[in-house]
Ligand binder design. Structure first.
Ligand SMILES: [Zn+2]
Length: 78
């Protein structure tokens, strides 16, 4: 199950999600993989805390576990 917004990441990356026009956004929330078109979502990772964020088209971003990152985006974690 994806992780609810409030339980994902750190104050820093949550602030960037809730304030879309903050400067340096691309440096804090990095796009990590090609979009998953089946899920219509993009995978991001917080540069500060390392949390994985799934950003669905038109819906609230949610946290993903490492297992979900591998399952949905094919990214292996050590
Ligand atoms: Zn963070």
């Amino acid at each position: 199950m994806p992780i609810m917004f409030a339980e994902t990441g750190c104050d820093f990356c949550r602030k960037y999600w809730t304030h879309p026009f903050l400067e340096n956004r691309d440096e804090i929330i990095k796009l990590l993989a090609d979009p998953n078109w089946e899920r219509q979502a993009r995978l991001y990772q917080c540069n500060k805390c390392g949390a994985y964020w799934d950003n669905p088209n038109g819906a609230y971003p949610e946290g993903l576990t490492k297992e979900e990152v591998e399952q949905f985006y094919g990214i292996k974690n050590s």
